[in-house]
Design a protein around this ligand. Structure first.
Ligand SMILES: [Zn+2]
Length: 298
């Protein structure tokens, strides 16, 4: 069995051809993301669908596309800050060109969908994907499907307000978010958030990669892990997942799953049953892999 997935990112459009029951990558093709116009973006994307079908020798190869933005389920229109697609419908443009529906999904949803099937969340029913990278992204897979949504915002956790309990516990300042609002979670628990806390605590904008080089950063890590527990508590109360899969750059911190488990255990409501907190298995291929698996299902 072969399937194709495309991860449309802000700098590159990556097509991956997958094979076998475990959906392992067999070929990858990357092109730069056109940033000047929606038409340019669509030609490059269509070129990647064509590449996958030519490379697989299957003109009707199932293909799915993951994009970095919110997709309105009713209109297919995107809201995306780093690709020229805001106000446009990528699903409609693909259908107009190919005469068939090609699934287009938010990349964090694709991540959760991928990890729920043959990944770190395999065998769990409600799998929350939490990406802690430059920003914070969230996705969810329930019983092997992406749940229906109203505005496409489900588990868009990066822009939930950071809990006042967490702010107050550490005397943290309110950081301004790229979305224009104050105090979004993304500004505290992403890689950028780590730097914000490091700068506030030490005067220097150290990233998590500098851990071990300066003792004060251990304290920054303690604060980061503690307040990330508040975000996990919000996720548990809102969604009650049985598995939370962590991805993105900060998922590489040593022992991160254990640290976050300890943080949530300390904060959770009463003795609520804990979800499994674990690190993603499919790394950089997760967006394309999840999209490909959705293409197969479509
Ligand atoms: Zn925000």
């Amino acid at each position: 069995m072969r399937i194709g997935g495309i991860d449309l990112g802000g700098t590159k459009i990556e097509a991956r051809l997958f094979e076998g029951a475990g959906a392992e990558t067999v070929k990858v093709h990357r092109v730069p993301t056109p940033t000047d116009s929606f038409d340019g973006l669509m030609s490059a994307l269509i070129g990647q669908v064509d590449w996958l079908r030519a490379e697989s020798g299957d003109p009707s190869l199932p293909v799915g596309v993951a994009i970095p933005g919110v997709i309105d389920p009713a209109t297919g229109e995107s809201f995306a800050s780093n690709i020229p697609a805001s106000g446009h419908s990528i699903p409609a443009a693909l259908k107009a060109h190919f005469g068939e529906a090609i699934p287009v999904v938010n990349d964090c949803m694709a991540f959760a969908f991928s990890e729920a099937q043959g990944g770190a969340g395999d065998g769990h029913r409600v799998v929350m994907g939490l990406i802690l990278g430059t920003g914070v992204g969230g996705g969810v897979s329930i019983d092997g499907a992406i749940p229906p949504r109203h505005a496409g915002l489900a588990v868009e956790v990066g822009h939930i307000g950071m809990s006042y309990r967490a702010i107050e516990r550490h005397g943290l300042p309110m950081f301004r978010c790229g979305c224009g609002r104050l105090g979004c979670v993304e500004n505290y628990i992403s890689g950028t958030g780590f730097k914000n806390i490091a700068e506030w605590k030490t005067g220097t904008r150290h990233g998590a990669e500098a851990l071990g080089t300066e003792p004060a950063l251990d304290e920054v890590l303690d604060i980061w892990a503690d307040i990330a527990g508040d975000v996990l508590d919000t996720i548990q109360l809102a969604l009650d997942p049985d598995c939370i899969v962590i991805g993105g750059g900060l998922s590489n911190l040593p022992g991160v799953a254990d640290r976050l488990t300890t943080s949530l255990e300390a904060l959770r409501l009463g003795s609520a049953r804990m979800p499994l907190i674990t690190v993603a298995q499919h790394g950089d291929s997760s967006g394309a892999r999840g999209a490909a698996l959705m293409g197969l299902k479509a």
